[in-house]
Ligand binder design. Structure first.
Ligand SMILES: *Cc1c(COP(=O)(O)O)cnc(C)c1O
Length: 233
């Protein structure tokens, strides 16, 4: 087995174990393989192992791979990076999901720019659950208003919420944030019936995230190995 395959199988195993421990079906959690900065050949190798959902942070880097891999018809691309309003068009035209919508202007532009012959663009609202100063995302008490707006835009489908919790070694603190996110998600999902996705959990906290109801974990390094240059998140 290649290192890539060993890594991938190990992540799948962790996902399954975490689901078993939380009495959840492993079908209820999607693995998003975060391929940012990695070449299209590696994406294709992981696709060959059965993986279908891939996450990209940087527009040009992501677009290069989407263009190179158009022959993989059922591959699904998620944009998970910071999104500037003057760069929404390629995202609206080429991705199936955007997980980092945190303001009205971006949402409106994505809906306007989504091509008419494509399915609605799946959207997650990014929530700044730790309320950190410089962090992207709406504050928890602003999430409802943005969800309402997105649910009324014609070419977007509001699928749920996403968060990047505080980078802290304090397990209790992290747990409090993930639980707050779960509560917010449950409250909003009751109001917006198309919601079925809570994207939280990365390599270090996937078990806790799954225990707190996550339906999508985002894993990069543990599948693809360390990146040559760091994420700007
Ligand atoms: C890079 C990134 C990940 C994956 O991080 P790793 O530490 O490489 O597993 C997940 N979510 C977001 C938003 C990211 O930017």
């Amino acid at each position: 087995m290649s290192t890539l395959e060993l890594n991938y199988q190990h992540v799948l195993q962790r996902l399954q174990q975490a689901c078993t421990q939380s009495n959840r079906s492993s079908q209820s959690v999607r693995l998003l393989a975060v391929s940012k900065t990695k070449p299209a050949t590696m994406v294709e190798a992981v696709y060959a192992l059965g993986q279908r959902s891939f996450g990209e942070n940087y527009l040009q880097d992501g677009m290069d791979k989407i263009t190179a891999l158009t022959h993989l018809h059922d591959i699904e691309w998620h944009f998970i990076g910071p999104l500037q309003s003057n760069k929404t068009r390629p995202v609206a035209e080429h991705f199936q999901w955007v997980e980092t919508v945190d303001r009205e202007k971006i949402a409106r532009r994505l809906s306007e720019q989504r091509p008419a012959d494509m399915k609605a663009l799946n959207v997650l609202v990014q929530v700044n659950i730790s309320a950190e100063e410089q962090k992207a995302g709406v504050l928890p008490d602003e999430a409802r208003a943005l969800c309402q707006l997105i649910s009324e835009l014609p070419n977007l489908c509001l699928r749920g919420l996403m968060c990047i919790p505080e980078a802290t070694g304090d397990e209790q603190r992290l747990s409090t944030q993930l639980q707050a996110m779960q509560a917010l998600y449950q409250q909003l999902a009751a109001e917006f019936p198309a919601m079925d996705t809570l994207s939280m959990g990365m390599s270090g906290d996937l078990e806790l995230a799954i225990a707190c109801g996550s339906t999508e974990i985002r894993i990069g390094t543990d599948i693809f190995g360390a990146r040559d240059y760091p994420s700007n998140n």
